[in-house]
Write a protein that binds this ligand. Structure first.
Ligand SMILES: C=C(O[C@@H]1C=C(C(=O)O)C=C[C@H]1O)C(=O)O
Length: 97
């Protein structure tokens, strides 16, 4: 994590939030592009859902959140929303094959 800069105005706070939001959106798009590629390596609908992998990812990001002093419950909720969305798209790709 970048060192946190003590801001001197609300504009400066919001400029930092906007900068971080742009990075997050970019990273979500990059993650989604890799998830899209996963369908081609899967052999079944259960494989697309991969619940054991989902549990491993959630455990990993909760641990990362604790290290970074982020709220693990918030991080888990964000990741579950992302994974559910991406897995639906992956399932569509899988069924189209
Ligand atoms: C990308 C995969 O497929 C799905 C998406 C996942 C994710 O977004 O992390 C994890 C498991 C699957 O639900 C995978 O199996 O790794």
């Amino acid at each position: 994590m970048e060192p946190i800069h003590a801001c001197e105005s609300l504009d400066e706070v919001r400029a930092n939030i906007d900068r971080i939001d742009a990075q997050l959106v970019d990273l979500i798009a990059e993650r989604g592009a890799y998830v899209t590629q996963a369908a081609q390596f899967k052999k079944s609908a259960d494989g697309v859902k991969a619940p054991a992998r989902v549990n491993a990812v959630i455990a990993k990001v909760r641990g990362l959140a604790e290290t970074s002093h982020a709220d693990p419950d918030l991080v888990e909720a964000v990741w579950r929303t992302m994974i559910e969305h991406f897995t639906k798209a992956e399932m569509k790709d899988f069924k189209r094959r």
